[in-house]
Ligand binder design. Structure first.
Ligand SMILES: [Zn+2]
Ligand SMILES: [Zn+2]
Length: 239
């Protein structure tokens, strides 16, 4: 992979193809991995059965979102071309680690804000994602076009604020898809952890799908605690 691609300096047509392939590869790999883990663990949180039709719909809508995310690389590319943003090609290890951490926190903040917005004013658009009551890993990007555009703004907005290392920009989709597919696995993977544990993120998000209101956070549940939107976890999350 050339540094031109990684620093968004390559021609746009090369970048578009590369970005689409990248998003598709990590979505399919992590969704399949989460599906296998959930099947082996066999500890569903929501007991509602999942049909093949649900999974087919989740897959098709996720593929549409990935096409949009791939096309969306044109935004940071244009920002770099006009000098609105830059990509750090020579960061040392400390800067890469710091940038990864900053993007992980930014991703949670951005997701929480967009998710609250969707529930407050764009409920019809967000209803597409909530078609999955008992979620599956394939629902990670099952969403409307407007929701995909809003969530896809996570990286360009961050790049307006700081020149991130290319390694961190590459890491963000991996982190996001890894957590997103697991949080939609409807699997009580860590049954011994308490409500306050960071490993409660799968229950946290499945509970959001079951009850619709509350638990708007992505990975860290702290924003729901701070803003009073956290739901108490009920071990019998049946619906
Ligand atoms: Zn929601
Ligand atoms: Zn969800």
């Amino acid at each position: 992979m050339s540094l031109d691609i990684l620093t968004l300096a390559a021609p746009l047509e090369n970048l578009l193809l590369w970005a689409f392939g990248y998003f598709l590869a990590i979505y399919l790999s992590f969704a399949l991995l989460a599906w296998i883990i959930a099947s082996l663990a066999d500890r569903p949180i929501c007991q509602r059965s999942v049909t093949l039709g649900q999974i087919r719909g989740e897959l098709l809508r996720s593929l549409r979102s990935i096409l949009l995310f791939g096309a969306g690389i044109a935004v940071p590319w244009a920002m770099v071309q006009v000098g609105l943003a830059g990509v750090d090609a020579g960061a040392d290890v400390q800067k890469v680690v710091l940038d990864c951490a900053l993007l992980v926190f930014w991703n949670d903040l951005h997701f929480y804000a967009v998710h609250r917005l969707l529930h407050a004013w764009l409920a019809r658009a967000h209803a597409v994602h909530h078609k999955s009551v008992a979620a599956t890993p394939f629902a990670a990007y099952s969403m409307s076009v407007s929701e995909a555009v809003l969530l896809g703004s996570v990286m360009p907005l961050a790049m307006l604020l700081r020149e991130f290392a290319w390694q961190a920009l590459l890491f963000l989709p991996i982190w996001s898809i890894f957590i997103n597919t697991l949080s939609h696995s409807n699997c009580d993977l860590f049954p011994r952890v308490g409500q306050r544990s960071i490993l409660g993120f799968i229950r946290h998000h499945q509970s959001h799908h079951t009850h619709y209101r509350g638990n708007y956070g992505f990975f860290f549940c702290h924003l729901d605690r701070i803003f009073g939107t956290e739901r108490p976890f009920d071990r019998q999350e049946t619906s």
